[in-house]
Design a protein around this ligand. Structure first.
Ligand SMILES: Cc1ncc(COP(=O)(O)O)c(C=O)c1O
Length: 399
């Protein structure tokens, strides 16, 4: 079961609200990272709207969040544009070919003409600050964003914004160096009165305890002052980090080729694909009855009364090491090797930490594995199951 803590979500979004008030900018939640819309009523007051990756996220934003809908996709088709013109507030383009193809349709639309719809270009400042190539939109040959040389002599009429997204889980020092690159290459546009907004994308790890928020606030204020425009930030991860868990049950344990295996009712490939894709190693807790408390250096994002939690360690530490794996046919559906204070047995509950952002949005029913239900834990501790998945959901997805 995925469980999302409303208290944790509110804690994160209150930090974002404080930052936007201090910086005088707008902050929206990136739905690509977290789109569990039944929680939106709890966070809507803290934020200015949503960042959408295309028509369907934009519709979700408009139907269930309201406020601003900031849409950017690497490419749109005619039907996307026709639908988006009816409600999105910002529409950002990834290429000049897309903008010139749709300019006429958009600029003649009544919402554009009465100032309800604003259009911008995603730029590529060609300034890499990240460490993981698949998350680097500034890597040589990137398809994401328009480079400064492409803009020379381009017809930019009708546009009022620039948008960059170049960070991933980064601090504001990387934003600072990126802003230098943006200024060097695109400052002349930002200083012109035609451009009224600058969207600094996501990847700002604002809610991480040691993130330098004071510097972010200073940088945003400087940009607003230097360019005389509105600044937008669209964090996904920072909104939902440490707000949810995936609770799993051990369904079998056995030994094979010298390894102890535990097969769970959740899968790396179907339910936590970033373990394999990114890749990364999640924190895992063994839930035990409270009567047998265990030393607990850390707690999962969601805890239940009556349970205590033991953080599994890596295999070099003493204890019982087991390979946690999913129930699919994929040989590599392995979560990792973890060490617990005792051997796992069927029926044990394991809690995978930090599973709300970029996890719930990516799940599948590969192999027909059961999709975990989704629950929210309210601020008073009560649990509400907001979605259960059935065989019919699996059957109906593909025809
Ligand atoms: C254009 C854009 N905006 C915002 C985000 C959100 O980034 P994050 O979740 O790292 O804050 C992304 C993530 O890929 C993105 O591509």
């Amino acid at each position: 079961m995925f469980v999302i803590s409303i208290a944790a979500l509110k804690r994160n979004t209150a930090i974002l609200r404080d930052v936007k008030e201090a910086a005088g900018c707008h902050i929206v939640i990136a739905l690509k990272g977290f789109s569990c819309w039944k929680t939106f009523t709890h966070i809507r007051d803290h934020l200015d709207g949503c960042c959408a990756s295309g028509l369907w996220e934009a519709r979700l934003a408009n139907d269930h969040f309201g406020k601003s809908v900031i849409t950017y996709s690497p490419a749109y088709d005619e039907s996307d544009i026709a639908a988006l013109c009816e409600f999105t507030t910002h529409l950002d383009f990834n290429s000049l070919t897309q903008w010139s193809r749709f300019r006429e349709t958009i600029t003649t639309h009544p919402r554009f003409q009465n100032g309800e719809l604003h259009c911008g270009l995603r730029i590529n400042p060609q300034h890499s600050t990240g460490h993981t190539p698949i998350y680097d939109p500034c890597a040589p040959g990137s398809r994401l964003g328009i480079t400064a040389d492409q803009l020379e002599n381009a017809d930019l009429s009708g546009l009022s914004g620039l948008h960059f997204h170049t960070l991933c889980e980064q601090d504001s020092d990387d934003l600072e160096s990126t802003l230098h690159a943006v200024d060097e290459k695109f400052g002349h546009l930002l200083r012109s009165p035609q451009f009224t907004y600058l969207n600094m994308g996501g990847g700002h790890w604002i809610t991480k305890p040691d993130y330098d928020r004071a510097r972010l606030i200073r940088l945003v204020r400087q940009a607003r002052e230097n360019y005389q425009l509105d600044v937008w930030l669209e964090p996904g991860e920072a909104t939902a980090i440490h707000t949810g868990v995936l609770r799993a049950t051990v369904i079998d344990t056995f030994e094979s080729a010298g390894h102890h295996h535990a097969i769970l009712d959740v899968s790396a490939t179907a339910h936590m694909p970033d373990i394999l894709e990114m890749p990364y190693r999640p924190d895992v807790f063994l839930a035990e009855p409270l009567e047998s408390p265990i030393p607990n250096p850390k707690s999962p994002a969601v805890t239940f009364p009556g349970e205590s939690y033991h953080l599994a360690t890596d295999p070099s530490s003493p204890g019982s090491t087991v390979r946690l794996a999913g129930p699919t046919c994929l040989a590599g559906d392995v979560i990792g090797d973890y060490t617990f204070p005792r051997p796992l047995v069927p029926g044990d509950t394991l809690v995978f930490d930090d599973m709300a952002h970029y996890t719930m949005v990516k799940t599948t029913t590969f192999n027909g594995v059961k999709h975990p239900p989704i629950a929210i834990q309210h601020e008073d501790g009560t649990l509400e199951t907001i979605r259960e998945f059935t065989y019919q959901d699996f059957r109906d997805r593909l025809a």
